[in-house]
Design a protein. Structure first.
Length: 259
């Protein structure tokens, strides 16, 4: 980053509130002083700073953003919003391996829920709500959550939900040992497909895609859900679809309890 780019970013960050007020419509310095509740000297200094950076210009009616100012500030806001999202998701992202394939733009507009008091089960509640309210669920599950298995079983057997599950080998073995009836019902159902895939060690993620438009990422640590990230942007659904399609290509369909 050049020194001029860094200086511009610093000015945009320092003068965010003034830029947003001008962005609402052309204003005079007096109006800015009143809206920002600062001294006239402070406004004068800020205006001069932004004029010198070509962000602000004087018109016959007052001060307005230049075209460059509008575009630069819009890009700045996108950057700030992305950093805010990353910061909200920090406690979850640090649990994932450094090579986890996800770009920052995938997280745009994310709803981040942490497993904290007073509602530590809220991330799983969100997952199960999405299963209940959508007609199609595609999900990579390296771990089993008892309450979620019960919801999936009910939706498969009585709700008519189309379900495609990607399960790693050790989880299939645990399901056979602890949920043999539920596994048998799912394998017998026409609206459910179960695929066994090679385990991805250290991934720590449950990935679900609902109706090809809502993504749920559950981050777990030794099976304990630490939080979730819910997304609906096109970039996020494309990312989730690519991962689940890869699991479909590499996984073998489970057709009987012994397969």
């Amino acid at each position: 980053m050049s020194s001029s780019e860094r200086t511009l970013l610093e000015k945009l960050l320092r003068r965010t509130e003034l830029i947003e007020r001008v962005g609402e419509g052309i204003v005079e310095k007096r109006e800015l002083t009143e809206r920002l509740d600062v001294s006239r000297a402070t406004v004068d200094r800020a205006v001069r700073e932004l004029e010198s950076a070509d962000v602000l210009e004087r018109t016959d009616e007052g001060y307005a953003l230049t075209l460059f100012g509008e575009l630069a500030y819009a890009e700045f806001r996108r950057l700030v919003d992305r950093f805010e999202t990353l910061d909200r998701a920090r406690e979850l992202l640090v649990l994932l391996p450094a090579g986890f394939e996800i770009e920052p733009e995938v997280l745009d507009g994310a709803e981040v829920v942490l497993a904290e008091r007073p509602i530590p089960h809220e991330p799983l509640d969100r997952f199960e709500e999405l299963i209940e309210t959508h007609d199609r669920t595609r999900c990579y599950m390296p771990v089993a959550f008892p309450s979620s298995i019960a919801v999936l079983h009910r939706r498969i057997t009585t709700g008519g939900t189309e379900v495609e599950l990607f399960l790693d080998g050790p989880l299939v073995d645990r399901l056979r040992a602890n949920y043999d009836d539920e596994l048998g019902d799912a394998l017998a159902a026409e609206n459910a497909t179960l695929r066994r895939i090679p385990p991805e060690r250290g991934l720590g993620v449950v990935l679900a895609l609902f109706d090809e438009r809502v993504v749920w990422i559950g981050v777990h640590d030794d099976g304990d859900v630490r939080g979730s990230i819910t997304l609906e942007a096109d970039r996020a659904t494309e990312w989730a679809r690519a991962h689940l399609d890869r699991y479909r290509e590499t996984g073998g369909e489970i057709t009987s309890p012994e397969s």
